[in-house]
Structures are given as structure tokens and as C-alpha cells.
Design a protein around this ligand. Sequence first.
Ligand SMILES: Nc1ncnc2c1ncn2[C@@H]1O[C@H](COP(=O)(O)OP(=O)(O)OP(=O)(O)O)[C@@H](O)[C@H]1O
Ligand SMILES: [Mg+2]
Length: 371
Amino acid sequence: MAEQTIVSSGKPLVRFESVSKRFGTHVAVENFTLDIRRNEFFALLGPSGCGKTTLLRLLAGFETPDEGRILLDGEDIGALPPYLRPVNMMFQSYALFPHLSVAGNVAFGLKQEALPREERKQRVAEMLAMMRMDEFADRKPHQLSGGQRQRVALARALVKRPKVFLLDEPLAALDKKLRTQTQLELRELQKKLGVTFVIVTHDQEEAMTMADRIAVMNGGRLAQVAAPREIYEHPKSRWVAEFVGDVNLIEGVVSAVDAQETVVETAAAGQMRVPQGNAAHRGDRVLVAIRPEKVAIAREGASAHGGNSVSGILRDIEYFGGSSVYKVKLDGPGSMRISSVNVSRKGETVASKGERVTLSWSADAAAVLAQ
Ligand SMILES: Nc1ncnc2c1ncn2[C@@H]1O[C@H](COP(=O)(O)OP(=O)(O)OP(=O)(O)O)[C@@H](O)[C@H]1O
Ligand SMILES: [Mg+2]
């Protein structure tokens, strides 16, 4: 008997296949191809106007692609109107019905489904309990806090048990603390329900903490799709490296490439060695990318660690509570930003403004990007 290999769900739940969408002459989504897996918590991340909402509206059926197809479970859903798609969308400005109670709002989603009254009541109760809103069932929206209204909107959409749940900036109206808490709750809820979530955000930290995978969009196009760590540690382009997190970019020319490393000659930091894993060739003009937290800073003369080091003058220190960012003018052209955790509470810094410092980092802290 032939040996059997079980491949975990090869077929994606959602597939965008070369999808384009124009509004007049404006191209909102351009030749977009992307797979979203079953039970995935997927985030669309990108600057304002890059086409995130348009992509969700295409999937929900509120817009029609000019080119390409959208498949759900392998079936082209192009001909299905929104209400027949097993997809539910929570809009950027979710609006609760002000005249209905919390329970009434949640039940509303089920009314069109002609469920028996008892079942409807039971599902509403279940959903409210899950969102910890059961004790507020009889309140009206204006008697709730922002975070509570948020949870009612989620309950109203999820009570319909969609296969795919689309959330457009669901947490934008919440303060930072409530936002962080709701992020965790949403993730737990998603795992518990086993529904595929696609969330739109322009907040990179939010995408990083919540998502299994992130698609970074730029001007209607897919810039990169990968797990959060991969996007942060191995951005595919300068644009992704700069959009996701803070990064130092140092210009240079590749002088040697072997199986282990790429050597880049830079005016700012001399010769830099970067581990292999890029497509650069000898003579290419490239950028060496280093995240600020991967660089160590010390007074000049203190022992440096790791294969690369460069000297300069400490120009500025920005205090962020848990960490500080040091801005260093290099002896060569340019400057670098270094972030360092504030371990001590006494406020001493590694060096003072105006002092000479040495920056150092290990070879694997850096990556090569095309210029
Ligand atoms: N109905 C429409 N008619 C004309 N242009 C539109 C329409 N909807 C969207 N656009 C344009 O398409 C582009 C993408 O819009 P979209 O709403 O998808 O952006 P977004 O990524 O969701 O941005 P934001 O983060 O600001 O919500 C924008 O330039 C927008 O002005
Ligand atoms: Mg939007």
C-alpha cells in the first residue's frame, strides 16, 4: 500500500487571483494575488489609501473586481451577492442601532435568517456571554462605554457564524490600554470560534501582536506576505523595512559575495559583513538594514562586541520610559538610531550628548536590501 502523507489543509480558504479594481482612473487594487488559510488570523497592513478597505469590500461582495477572481473554498464567488456569501464584515465605522438594546442589536443579524425564536434567543445569549456582555443585555448603546459598544458590534457580526470575518480597523476608536486588551480578547475569540479572521489595520504593532500572517500593501499592490517575525527580520524591500518598524539604512556597494556572507563597502561605516541570504551580486548598489535594537552603544574605548563597529558622536537621546533612542552622528556621512532598554531607574545613560561613542553589532543583525 502506498504510504500516505497528510498535508495540513493545502487548499486556501480565500484566494485572490490577479484581482484589480479601479475607481474611474484611480487604481485602488492592482493585480493582487493572495491566499488566506483556513482558521488563520490574517492582517492587512498598509498606509491610508493603499486599498485595504477595497480589498475587504471585494471579498464581502460590495465591490466587483475589474479583473481577476475571488475564490472561497475553491469556488469562484464572483456571482454571489453579499448576503449569500459566508462572509461577514464589521465596518470601519461600525454603527449600532441606537433604539435597540444590546440583545436587540445582536439578534438583528439573525432576523433575516428566519431561525426559530428559541434558537435565536439561545444564540444571542451564548454570544453575549462569550463577549462578557450578558449583564448589559437590556442597555441601549448610549449607556455603554466605547469598549463595550465595540464588543456588541463584534457580537452582532459573529452571531451569524460566518466562515470568514472581516474587520476593518475594529479597534481604532479605543484608547491604548483597552485596545491592547481587546487585541488579546479578539485573538482568543478567533481561536475559540475557529473562524478565519481578516483584520485591516494601519497600526503595525497591532498587526504584529494579533496576526498569524500579515500582508503588507503599498499603493494597491502586495508588498510582502509572511509571518510577523519574518516581515520584521527579513523585509523584502526598503519600503517594507521602513514601513514596519524603525530601521537604519546604510548605502554601499557589494565588494564580495561568498557562500557565507556578503561584504558591502560603505562610506558611513566602512566595510560591513552581512550573512548570506540575499540576491546581491558584486558591484550592486545596496542598502544594509539594521534595526535600532540590534545595535549596542558604548563610550568609545569600551570593548565592542560582534563583527561590525563604527564610531561617532552622540547627538541626542529620546526617552520613551521603557527604552531610550540614541541618535549618533557617524564619523562618515549619515547617522544611526540605537534603541536601548532602560534597565536602571536612576536615569543614567550609556553616554552623554557630545561624547564619542562606538556602535557595534553582530553580523547576523544586518540584512542587505536593493536600493
Ligand atoms: N467608491 C470609491 N470611489 C472612488 N475612489 C475610491 C472609492 N473607494 C475607494 N476609493 C479610493 O481608492 C483608494 C483605496 O481606498 P481604500 O478605502 O481601500 O483605502 P484604505 O487602505 O482602506 O485606507 P484607510 O486606511 O484610510 O482606510 C483610495 O485612494 C480611495 O480614495
Ligand atoms: Mg479603510
